[in-house]
Design a protein around this ligand. Structure first.
Ligand SMILES: Cc1cc2nc3c(=O)[nH]c(=O)nc-3n(C[C@H](O)[C@H](O)[C@H](O)COP(=O)(O)OP(=O)(O)OC[C@H]3O[C@@H](n4cnc5c(N)ncnc54)[C@H](O)[C@@H]3O)c2cc1C
Length: 502
């Protein structure tokens, strides 16, 4: 891993411990990106006002309290999240409230299951690249020695040539599915090794940038020193992380206001005025860490932000297809030996299955008490025309096929979510994607849709972008930036001495 410089370099007399007294910031959006920005700023003495539209912090990784029909309360989430080991910045953030990362538990294997008993395991792969790729290619049942010779070498080797400038120039206009086609992998190997991976970014292959896909390969696999390993939260995100974060921020003088909607920004005497549902907030600096539609709406409603080329960048952002999360409380246990999490391929509308009772406290307690199981099904990059019933039908067929013991289980309780709020990474979208810095002094963007100068994705991108936003705002004040860490920035076949030295 390596540290990356981010934003303007503080003057020579830095670091100072704290900003000048009275320095203030408003952070709009209480997802991971907003929490990361607010944390870094508050730790350096900035008087932070964090406003969040929802009733709780966490955004897309949030959790809220619901009640089961037996009267038991539980924390519902938008579903299973994998905390990969190379999420250095997210982990550094979470350590503020969970110093030993004790709320995370490791998942030893996450096999991919397909129809007719097909499966692929990613367990016990060596961590170092390219040996991990060689080992996986060698041990998979779905690719023979002969097939290897038919693979198109140039695009295959480009997985090891990631370089943000070169890869985006070469591949951003192509789609991920065109890239997969160009590899000439056998169909089964493609579906077992690649399809689940591509789906995990919520974008449909045919409308996802091949450059973004190659960045994901680089970040998760070909240049990930931690190996394909991830952890899961053993407790609901709310009690494990977001409630402690609200307290952590308040202890550092921040105001955390949930249920508060920001509607526009203005400048007044060199400061930012944010109009919200609970009145004006005036601050020296501002971070917008909101979802894509909310960012567009906020900027549209703020005429002072209508700098033509930047406005076009903001407008270039979009949302990808909907996703579905279906949590089922079943009256029967799942078979002994099932993995807590599996990827699923070749089933319409089913991309992974998590067995919550195997790793999360609340679900384990419920399953122990009732002799049942808590199963969560996810489907990504869905056709927007599909209705809830159709999606559920597909999901259930997949579950029954892969885990036959669930066929005659009764559903005691269920929660179904169908949303569309994850960012699109369509072919050709990179050049216009907005960055953390904006043309406006004291205003930064953060979130998992924002372009970063190093490989990153999803929750980690949200955390890193929030930290970068705080660093950009702190730099002119001469205050020490938050260290930001990433996997090596270039692929093995493109690594420069600079990368190797670290
Ligand atoms: C089903 C599912 C599974 C996922 N699995 C994984 C995974 O396994 N691994 C992984 O790394 N990532 C995963 N992700 C992605 C991850 O959840 C996101 O990348 C991350 O949470 C994004 O954080 P964010 O802060 O950028 O945005 P958000 O979480 O969307 O935060 C933006 C916040 O802004 C608030 N807001 C919007 N408008 C306003 C306004 N006008 N005023 C005030 N507040 C406003 C919103 O309410 C929201 O809380 C998953 C996502 C989903 C949906």
């Amino acid at each position: 891993m390596s540290s990356v410089p981010t934003g303007p370099v503080p003057p020579a007399n830095a670091p100072q411990e704290n900003v000048p007294a009275g320095t203030s910031a408003v952070v709009v959006g209480g997802g991971i990106a907003g929490i990361a920005a607010a944390t870094v700023l508050a730790e350096r003495g900035v008087a932070v006002h964090l406003v969040e539209r929802g009733d709780q912090l966490g955004g897309r990784a949030g959790a809220w309290t619901e009640t089961l029909s037996d009267g038991q309360s539980f924390e519902m989430e938008r579903g299973f999240h994998a905390f990969f080991r190379q999420y250095y910045n997210l982990r550094a953030l979470l350590r503020r409230v969970d110093p030993e990362l004790a709320h995370l538990a490791s998942v030893e294997d996450y096999p991919v299951l397909g129809p007719d008993g097909t499966s692929e395991s990613f367990a016990k792969l060596v961590r170092r690249s390219p040996f991990n790729v060689i080992q996986l290619t060698h041990r998979t049942k779905y690719m023979s020695f002969g097939d290897l010779f038919k693979v198109n070498r140039k695009p295959a080797l480009d997985m090891f040539r990631f370089d943000s400038e070169w890869t985006y120039a070469e591949y951003d206009d192509k789609s991920a599915s065109d890239y997969f086609d160009s590899l000439n992998f056998p169909d089964k190997a493609r579906s077992m090794l690649f399809d689940v991976f591509a789906h995990s970014f919520f974008n449909p292959e045919e409308n996802m940038s091949a450059a973004e896909l190659l960045m994901m390969f680089h970040f998760y696999f070909t240049r990930n020193p931690e190996g394909l390993l991830f952890d899961v939260a053993q407790r609901p995100f709310s009690t494990a992380y977001w409630e402690p974060f609200a307290q952590y921020l308040q202890e550092r003088g921040a105001t955390v206001e949930c249920g508060c909607v920001a509607s526009g920004l203005r400048r007044r005497q060199g400061r930012w005025v944010v109009d919200t549902s609970s009145g004006e907030i005036v601050a020296d600096m501002a971070v917008l860490a909101v979802t894509v539609p909310a960012l567009k709406a906020l900027v549209d409603a703020s005429p002072e932000l209508h700098e033509e080329s930047w406005l076009q960048r903001v407008h270039s952002l979009g949302l990808t297809n909907p996703f579905a999360v279906w949590r089922l409380w079943l009256n029967k246990p799942t078979e002994e030996g099932r993995a807590p999490f599996v990827g699923v391929t070749e089933y319409e509308c089913l991309h992974n299955i998590s067995l919550y009772h195997l790793f999360e406290d609340e679900s384990r307690e419920w399953a122990d008490k009732c002799g049942g199981s808590v199963v969560e099904l996810h489907a990504y990059a869905l056709d927007p025309q599909l209705g809830a019933d159709e999606i559920k039908g597909h999901m259930l067929r997949g579950l029954h096929d892969l885990y036959p013991e669930t066929r005659d289980a009764e559903t005691v309780e269920e929660r179904f979510l169908l949303h569309q709020d994850c960012p699109s990474f369509a072919p050709g979208s990179d050049a216009a994607r907005p960055t953390v810095e904006t043309p406006f002094p004291g205003l930064c963007l953060a979130g998992d849709s924002i372009k970063l100068p190093f490989p990153s994705a999803l929750m980690e991108r949200a955390a890193a972008s929030g930290m970068m936003a705080a660093n950009c705002l702190l730099a002119p004040l001469g205050v020490a930036r938050e260290p930001i860490t990433t996997v090596p920035r270039r692929g093995l076949l493109r690594a420069r001495r600079h990368d190797r030295a670290r």
